[in-house]
Write a protein that binds this ligand. Structure first.
Ligand SMILES: Cc1cc2nc3c(=O)[nH]c(=O)nc-3n(C[C@H](O)[C@H](O)[C@H](O)COP(=O)(O)OP(=O)(O)OC[C@H]3O[C@@H](n4cnc5c(N)ncnc54)[C@H](O)[C@@H]3O)c2cc1C
Length: 448
């Protein structure tokens, strides 16, 4: 029987395993050094915040794996021997494979900062990082201040986690405004305000220079490029992630930032594939990054590859870009492409509306000449994925989006609705007379 071995039990590896089992009777082994069972990485923060226990992060009961004949191995793969089709593991016998799936995820970036290996300095990625955070920052007596370095999605999660235990947080962000490498300035500036309102000491345009040690080898301060020394007991390094592929360096498998793959998720070596955060497309799909460190794309790659491995060779076609996240109490969604000032396309124009009092806003990107709808960002308003996705596929004009905006609203009943104010602002900015149509369930479900 063909033996498929998957390195990595994250969303990508586990989705591949589940779907291979759905479509075939092959022998499946999943190896992971981090944890015996698959868990929901995106919910790690809620364990520290006391909303959940770690055991609540397991989407499947422990019996699921045996019942579905998915063998789990909790060990680290140190080497892939492509000639003999076998894996060398630490403290575990070799494992042979007929087909190998590399789904080893990411690791936090570090930039050779002096002091980055001191005790009390850590990233936030793994189960082990969560345990370390619990040890490093159990309360505000042991951790009197934390400094977080790197203003992205994981940095703000870490800040929220620490603030939930009343630990003072200084947040060093290299950019002029929070996450302005991704968001238009008006949105970034709204988030600056929101972060500060949560009593997080946000330092914009500030870089880490060095982490200082006490006499026991523990971090006790950082020095910034503004010449300031900030005392702290914890340094959180959250300056992005990179594919976790160092163990493959001499394997013969082609690497760039990650494991290089073609649209079929195949590497340069026959019978070896890569999916999830560790995979790097040779050519970017649409405006996507060649490495996508996002939960749902890992799931999509896992599903796609399972088809190929079960005899229906299939390319990875993720469709329109979308994503969602949370910045403290603000929910964020994005669909299509809304570029920040620095990388804005010359044909791209924006319409922005912000609520006069609350932290609620939307930005719509459209083609300057044709008016074609290109993308939307919303903060504090939930959108209906299927509707927006359809508008993007149908290349609708922005006027159509404005007229039917109510169809896209997915906020629960009785939430305030803002379409009237948004459309009125659009009319005054662009000299139009659009009247927003009532929400129509017929339109929403009939795809008209
Ligand atoms: C705190 C946090 C919050 C996040 N929140 C969101 C979110 O809200 N939305 C979103 O879309 N994304 C989010 N992400 C990103 C998302 O979690 C990742 O994109 C996704 O988990 C990647 O899945 P994966 O299967 O590719 O890899 P991973 O989940 O990283 O799994 C890879 C596994 O392989 C193991 N492994 C690696 N190398 C070896 C080896 N040599 N031998 C054995 N095992 C190995 C690793 O230890 C790991 O267990 C978040 C990430 C973090 C860290």
């Amino acid at each position: 029987m063909e033996h498929i071995v998957i390195i990595g039990n994250g969303i990508a590896g586990i989705t591949a395993a589940r779907h291979i089992r759905k479509h075939s009777d092959k022998k499946i082994t999943v190896i992971s050094a981090e944890s015996e069972y698959f868990f929901s990485r995106t919910a790690l923060m809620y364990v520290y915040m006391g909303h959940m226990k770690f055991k609540h992060l397991f989407p499947y009961e422990n019996w699921f794996w045996k019942k579905n004949r998915i063998d789990l191995v909790n060990a680290y793969v140190s080497q892939v021997d492509i000639a003999n089709k076998e894996l060398i593991l630490q403290g575990f016998p070799k494992i042979d494979f007929d087909k190998l799936v590399i789904a080893t995820g990411s690791r936090p970036n570090t930039f050779a900062w002096p002091g980055q290996d001191l005790q009390g300095v850590q990233g936030l990625y793994s189960k082990q990082d969560l345990e370390l955070l619990e040890a490093n920052a159990p309360n505000n007596t042991v951790c009197r201040r934390a400094v977080i370095v790197g203003g992205g999605l994981i940095g703000i999660e870490m800040a929220e986690m620490l603030r939930s235990r009343d630990i003072p947080v200084t947040f060093l962000v290299r950019e002029a405004n929070f996450w302005d490498v991704v968001l238009p300035k008006a949105e970034s500036q709204m988030l600056n305000e929101h972060i500060r309102e949560h009593h997080i000491d946000l330092r914009l345009g500030t870089n880490l220079i060095e982490i200082i040690s006490d006499e026991n080898g523990r971090a006790n301060a950082v020095i910034t490029d503004k010449g300031e020394t900030i005392s702290c007991d914890l340094v959180g390094l959250t300056a992005g992630v990179s594919p976790n592929v160092d163990f493959l360096i001499d394997s013969g498998i082609e690497l760039g930032k990650g494991v290089k793959v073609n649209p079929y998720l195949e590497t340069n070596i026959a019978d070896i594939y890569a999916i999830g955060d560790c995979a790097e497309q040779h050519e970017a799909i649409d405006h996507r990054k060649t490495v996508e460190s996002v939960w749902y794309t890992g799931r999509m790659m896992g599903e796609t590859l399972a088809q190929t491995l079960c005899g229906h060779r299939m390319a990875y076609k993720p469709g329109n870009w979308f994503n969602s996240a949370k910045f403290l109490d603000i929910e964020y969604q994005t669909y299509g492409w809304v570029f920040p000032e620095a990388s804005r396309k010359d044909y791209e124009q924006h319409f922005h509306w912000r609520h006069p009092k609350e932290k609620i806003c939307i930005t719509i990107a459209f083609h300057k000449t044709t008016g074609q709808f290109l993308g939307i960002n919303t903060f504090g308003i939930r959108m209906r994925h299927a509707v927006i996705d359809r508008w993007l596929r149908e290349e609708r004009k922005t006027a159509h989006i404005m007229e039917h905006l109510k169809d896209a609203n997915f906020d629960p009943e009785f939430y305030s609705q803002y379409e009237k104010a948004i459309v009125s602002r659009y009319n005054s900015e662009f000299g139009t007379k659009i009247i927003p149509k009532k929400k129509s369930w017929k339109r929403i479900f009939n795809n008209t």
